[in-house]
Design a binder for this molecule. Structure first.
Ligand code: ATP
Length: 215
């Protein structure tokens, strides 16, 4: 079974807290590739500070040279609110004709998974994909809340089917967020060593995040 990772987010901007965990999940689960899927219009938060094109260009710079990573603009091309269930349904369709059976693996941090039960049509998401939950600093794996119940009902050590299964993957803990980076940039502070230098150059060249406050 071929495993394709789906790493969704706002990526406003992309940083090492997105990149290193994705690489570690890819290696530990043997994913053939990880597709970075920037959302167009986030459903559970405010609008991104910079344009979709700029977020995509930063992702492309960040993943250049990592052959198993690619940018997927499916949500931006679709427009409108970016529901993950629509994205997974379209991707499932895209891979339907391939000879080898393909399982989609939705990658999300513990912070995102803690609200999974509020995601639009989460039951269908599980019918379309497996999930890899990565530990994020300060966000324990949810256990006793609603998301915890979903986790317990679907948790496995290793994927044996192409959907309905959830694994948790320990990753290097990088206490980084795009919000913190936007705040540093807004205050004119350096973001060196928190994101790829090519992305920092792009931000400086296009004078991004100078005016907008982080949140
Ligand atoms: P913001 O601060 O703007 O909310 P963010 O840094 O949390 O952004 P998003 O683009 O919203 O980044 O995150 C998309 C995905 O990346 C989520 O699944 C989230 O859990 C994961 N993620 C983001 N930062 C980290 C990190 N430092 N470690 C592990 N996972 C992360």
């Amino acid at each position: 079974m071929r495993l394709i990772g789906i790493n969704g987010g706002t990526f406003d901007p992309i940083h090492y807290g997105h990149l290193r965990p994705a690489l570690e999940v890819q290696q530990s689960l043997g994913l053939e590739q990880v597709r970075f899927v920037p959302c167009y219009q986030p459903v559970h938060r405010g609008q991104p500070s910079v344009s979709a094109v700029q977020r995509c260009e930063m992702i492309e710079l960040a993943i250049a040279g990592q052959p198993s990573f690619c940018l997927d603009t499916i949500e931006i091309d679709r427009g409108g609110p970016s529901y993950m269930v629509d994205t997974l349904a379209a991707l499932k369709q895209r891979y339907a004709d391939s000879e080898e059976s393909t399982a989609l693996v939705l990658i999300m941090g513990t912070d995102a998974f803690a609200n999974f039960h509020k995601w639009h049509n989460w039951q269908e998401i599980l019918r379309l994909a497996n999930i890899a939950v990565t530990h994020r600093p300060g966000e324990a794996l949810p256990l006793y809340c609603q998301a915890g119940q979903i986790l317990r009902a679907h948790h496995v050590r290793h994927f044996s089917q192409c959907c309905e299964q959830i694994v948790d993957v320990p990753v290097t803990q990088l206490d980084l967020s795009a919000t913190a980076l936007r705040n540093y940039l807004h205050q004119g502070q350096s973001v060196d060593y928190l994101m790829p230098p090519t992305v920092i150059d792009y931000i400086q060249q296009h004078q991004l995040y100078r005016d907008a406050k982080g949140n």
